[in-house]
Design a protein around this ligand. Structure first.
Ligand code: SF4
Ligand code: SF4
Length: 643
């Protein structure tokens, strides 16, 4: 028999709890029910000690030392744990990089005039990227420049270069270190394929060697596939600028056709925004009795739309079933990644139509409309029309939209941040040097039903900002902090005196929304800009990363490339590595001597905040900046660091 947890153990948000309660009343199964049904989960897998890489297995290593200590082939715990982790990194890096390739292909087709609904909306960024790649501008048409840039970036996926082109953005010392250690990413596809090769039975059995290639694979994501996705999305859809938006289930409108855009890739959602403004479709919605068409976002497709267009955000990962349970959603349009197959079953309890669009991501039971960017706007209109038709089937008596939306600010691209600072990182560096901002932390990643939804993100962020640490957020962490009211300029009052004063002077929140998961690449670019400005390497800066509620393989790749880039990172959910003391020792300390940064695992966000603050103070001391003795950093709690 499964035990149902109290609603407050499932989510910190009232809108989520109201919908989980409704699901329980109406017998609708959600992610929390399915997690409970899986418990207790497999101990071998949780420790990373099971292997099914070949059919001599599956094999398991006994963590207590009484049973088998080797798989059938002779692989020990170190090899098996390292191989499993690295296959996870490869899956995450591949997901981001395939997203990047999809954007790149459409960028190339747009340059060739073969698409509908796409433009090169940021010519300044196009020209800057072209110059970075030694492509002549010379007054040439933008489409010609874009064609050359697309061709140059296509090479980054192959194996004809000795490094991916954006690796040149890293500080010289970092790039030299990657070369010395042998982890400079050479080609995006190459590193991922080599990872699968190395982890085949009988190839790489040295856990150190395996894990180093894991770092190289992750770097091909952060400084390769993800960075390509972000940069070209900016050229095609516009580089984000700060804008005010809204968040939570209250963004749904009782009187409107509600269409949620879920997944990751802005290619589809951008044309749907255009289609939803089509006068004929707006008239059709009105003819069916609605007052208009209301688009809302979910997960990272939502982040892409909110960053660039201020489209309201319905929620993060664990809200995808709950938004359906409002009974107010007419269509959920999905592309790929982080979309639970369960949404199709939940949608069947209501009138909602689930529309899958990517031929590489089909969902049994969903309506599939194959998205072809060469007919982007036409297909966008077809999808919106389907949402309007579904609205006719909505039962108003089944509609329950909980609460009112919360305001949040989005749109902090590196260009926007540097723009707000007068075009140079100097004011930020000065504020860090004086101690009014003690450092910066990227709080990123997912929800995981093993953690009360958003508790980790919001608590950690609160503790950091009240101690004058600027927080940069992406992905589901951004949605969490937006819902908690920490992402508006008035949020300055939640920050410590130093950070609060800087935020007030610039009219910005103490928690800056830098975008979707691929947009973690923006954080790398910002870190590199700060390091270059100071003439140091990234690992010398008072920076840290955190993924308090991560679940996905992509998050593992992100964590790995952040550490490999020199940034200490704290994970809130235990990764499946604790079956090997050697692997844990390398990742949680040994890497300091290799790449100048390592991981920590701390499920309690209060304690994670203390770890991060200590780390930041140590980095400040090493740089000769005003410093707080680590012993005077308060234990978990709400205390603010004394100057
Ligand atoms: S690779 Fe080795 S440990 Fe893994 S399943 Fe095959 S025999 Fe077992
Ligand atoms: S943060 Fe995690 S759950 Fe959220 S959209 Fe990104 S990968 Fe998916």
């Amino acid at each position: 028999m499964t035990v149902r947890r109290d609603l407050h153990q499932l989510s910190i948000h009232a809108d989520a709890r109201a919908m989980i309660e409704r699901a329980r009343e109406e017998g609708i199964e959600t992610v929390w029910d399915r997690l409970a049904a899986q418990e207790p989960q497999c101990g071998y897998c949780s420790l990373g000690l099971s292997c099914r890489n070949c059919s001599m297995g599956p094999c398991r290593i006994d963590p207590f030392g009484e049973g088998p200590q080797k798989g059938v082939c002779g692989a020990d715990a170190d090899t098996i744990v390292a191989r499993n982790l690295d296959r996870t990194i490869a899956a995450g890096a591949s997901a981001h990089s395939d997203h990047g390739r999809d954007i790149l292909e459409v960028f190339a087709w747009t340059a060739e005039g073969k698409t509908t609904g796409y433009e090169l909306r940021d010519p300044d960024k196009l020209h800057a990227l072209a110059t970075e790649h030694d492509i002549a501008l010379d007054g040439r048409p933008d489409k010609d420049i874009a064609r050359d840039l697309a061709s140059a970036l296509m090479e980054d996926f192959g194996s004809r270069k000795d490094h991916v082109s954006f690796a040149e953005r890293a500080p010289e010392k970092r790039a030299a270190l990657w070369k010395k250690v042998g982890i400079m990413p050479r080609g995006i596809d190459r590193e991922n394929v080599e990872m699968l090769h190395r982890t085949h039975m009988g190839v790489d059995n040295d856990y150190v060697n395996i894990l180093l290639h894991g770092l190289r694979t992750s770097l091909s994501d952060g400084w390769g596939g993800s960075m390509i996705a972000t940069e070209l999305s900016d050229v095609m859809f516009g580089t984000p600028k700060p804008n005010m938006s809204q968040v939570n289930l209250g963004v749904l409108k009782k009187e409107s056709v509600n269409i949620a855009l879920h997944g990751h890739n802005p290619l589809l959602s951008d044309v749907i925004v255009q289609a939803a403004e089509d006068p004929e479709l707006v008239a059709l919605a009105k003819q069916k009795g609605a007052d208009g068409i209301n688009l809302v976002g979910l997960c990272c497709t939502g982040n892409e739309l909110q960053m660039r267009k201020g489209i309201p955000m319905a929620g993060n990962h664990l809200m995808q079933e709950l938004v359906l349970i409002t009974g107010a959603l007419d269509a959920m349009v999905v592309d790929y990644q982080c979309i639970m197959p369960a949404i199709v079953d939940v949608a069947k309890c209501f009138h909602t139509v689930v529309i899958s669009t990517a031929d590489k991501a089909k969902f049994p039971g969903a309506s599939h409309i194959s998205f072809d960017p060469r007919r982007g706007i036409e297909i966008g209109k077809e999808i919106v029309r389907k949402g309007i038709e579904a609205y006719e089937n909505r039962n108003p008596d089944r509609v329950r939209i909980p609460g009112e939306p919360v305001k949040m600010m989005a749109g902090f691209s590196v260009e926007a941040i540097l723009g707000a600072l007068g075009g140079t990182p100097a004011p930020l560096v000065d504020a860090i040097a004086k101690g009014s901002i003690r450092g910066a932390v990227a709080v990123v990643g997912c929800n995981n039903p093993k953690v009360p939804q958003d508790y980790g993100h919001v608590t950690l962020t609160q503790r950091l900002i009240e101690n004058d640490i600027l927080v940069l957020v992406t992905g589901c962490a951004a949605v969490a902090n937006g819902k908690a009211g920490q992402m508006v300029p008035e949020g300055a009052k939640l920050a410590g005196q130093g950070l609060g004063a800087v935020c007030q002077a610039l009219s910005i929140p103490p928690v800056l929304h830098m975008g979707s998961c691929v947009d973690n690449a923006r954080i790398l670019v910002l870190a590199a800009a700060l390091a270059k400005h100071l003439g140091v390497d990234i690992d010398q800066l008072p920076l840290a990363g955190a993924a308090p509620e991560w679940y996905s393989e992509k998050a593992v790749s992100i964590g790995a490339y952040v550490v490999a880039s020199g940034i200490y990172t704290v994970l809130g959910v235990q990764p499946p590595i604790f079956g090997s003391k050697n692997v844990v020792g390398l990742l949680a300390g040994g890497l300091d001597d290799v790449v100048g940064a390592s991981f920590a695992v701390e499920p309690d966000p209060e304690k994670a905040a203390v770890l991060i603050r200590r780390h930041i103070e140590e980095k400040r001391k090493a740089l000769g900046l005003p410093f707080i003795e680590p012993s005077s950093i308060h234990p978990p709690g709400h205390a603010q660091a004394a100057e």
